[in-house]
Design a protein around this ligand. Structure first.
Ligand code: NAI
Length: 377
């Protein structure tokens, strides 16, 4: 089987490698020569690491790399079975690429986008045959992250979704299906992990190290501030802002000035040496050792996360099982949010949110009807 990739950046090159490792022949088209060279180098470096760690034999490594071709022309994708687009996140540019692509590929070719924030339905509308279009959302880095969110557009034929899921599973991925809504599952459900942590900081309840510690001591691999610094405030802030705008400015997703200021200052996180933490200085952040405060912070953030997961199911974006799988495999949470809710007790979660709602009177803390029903039963 043959795959076409449009855009050989971080995601496109990773997806290409995943497919080539599963035996597919892959053609990567990128407009920039430097990007094509970089893609080839990053794939071959990654394969070398897998070979050196004995996760792949040397001959398999050579064969995998041999299945990947770099292309200077979109026309070279003329006989592929599936195309995954991973170019810059711009609706109009993506649409125009899909229009040109459709005149090149066969009628049976499935066309997909790796967009993380644009409407899949809107992108599909660029095609003459939108029923063959889908969202296939990988996580960074695609070779390591097992999760793939598959998103049917309103126009997509269910047979195409069936085929896409089978292909992703044959590439070793775990598939969850999401309705075409902003942020799909992971980027929507995970928002409170960042935003509620910042809110607690802004209110002066605790400092960053204490909030991070509250989350890691309750099982998270990284605290919210460390994770935001790692992702980069340019990326993390923009995802929050785009989800907020796309949900018609729902207050629950409102971005924070604290993070916007970091972005404006160019303190993007680990990659610039400074974000919430200063990575250039050796001084260790002091944290407040207070078990009751730690439990209170954890309960507030986890309650917001469980509420968001519940509301996502309530809005029929996905089922509870997929919501749990998505956070475990897409953002490495130690447990699914419904698993966590059951463990803590849904009535305790509802009470925490109702108390916050009472105290602040903000729609941010409104309890999802789905969560209230879980607590009742
Ligand atoms: P990137 O900036 O690393 O790569 C984009 C590549 O597309 C560049 O090499 C660029 O030369 C090429 N390109 C731009 N316009 C083109 C065109 N018209 N035709 C052919 N090539 C073109 O971007 P990245 O991070 O790989 O993201 C790509 C897509 O994947 C975006 O839609 C993004 O939202 C999505 N995504 C990104 C994730 C991430 O963590 N970086 C995670 C999941 C999805």
């Amino acid at each position: 089987m043959k795959l076409g990739i449009i855009g050989g950046g971080a995601m496109g090159s990773g997806i290409a490698q995943v497919a080539a490792m599963a035996g597919w022949e892959v053609r990567i088209f990128d407009t920039q020569e430097t990007a094509r060279n970089k893609a080839l180098k990053s794939i071959s470096d990654s394969i070398n690491i897998l070979v050196s760690k004995e996760k792949m034999s040397a001959s398999e490594g050579v064969a995998t790399l041999g299945r990947i071709y770099m292309c200077e022309k979109l026309e070279t994708l003329n006989d592929v079975d599936l195309v995954i687009e991973a170019i810059i996140e711009d609706l109009e540019i993506k649409k125009s690429v899909f229009k040109s692509l459709e005149s090149i590929v066969s009628d049976h070719c499935i066309i997909a986008t790796n967009t993380s924030s644009l409407s899949v339905t809107s992108l599909a509308s660029a095609l003459q045959k939108p029923e063959r279009f889908a969202g296939i959302h990988f996580f960074n880095p695609p070779v390591l992250m097992k999760l793939v969110e598959v998103i049917p557009a309103v126009q997509t034929d269910s047979e195409i979704i069936y085929q896409v899921k089978n292909i992703m599973e044959s590439w070793g991925k775990t598939v969850v299906t999401a309705k075409d809504t902003p942020g799909f599952i992971v980027n929507k459900v995970a928002r409170p992990f960042y935003s509620e942590a910042i809110r607690i900081l802004e209110e002066g309840i605790a400092d960053i190290a204490t909030i991070d510690d509250a989350m890691t001591s309750h099982g998270f691999k990284m605290g919210p501030f460390t994770l935001m610094d790692f992702i980069g405030h340019d990326v993390n802030y923009r995802v929050t802002e785009s989800v907020w705008k796309a949900f018609f400015y729902d207050g629950r997703y409102r971005p924070s000035f604290t993070q916007l200021r970091l972005l404006e200052a160019g303190y993007l996180g680990k990659k610039t040496g400074k974000g919430f933490y200063d990575y250039q200085s050796d001084s260790k952040q002091m944290l407040t050792e207070n078990a009751a405060l730690s439990d209170q912070i954890f309960l507030r953030i986890i309650s917001m996360l469980i509420n968001e997961a519940a509301d996502t199911v309530y809005q029929q974006i996905c089922n509870p099982e997929d919501a749990d799988l998505a956070v475990k495999l897409g953002v490495n949470y130690p447990k699914g949010l419904f698993e966590w809710g059951k463990e803590i007790g849904y009535s305790k979660i509802v009470k925490t949110l109702d108390d916050l709602n009472q105290e602040y009177g903000e729609e941010r803390y409104r309890v999802s009807r789905y969560l209230r029903n879980l607590a009742k039963n």
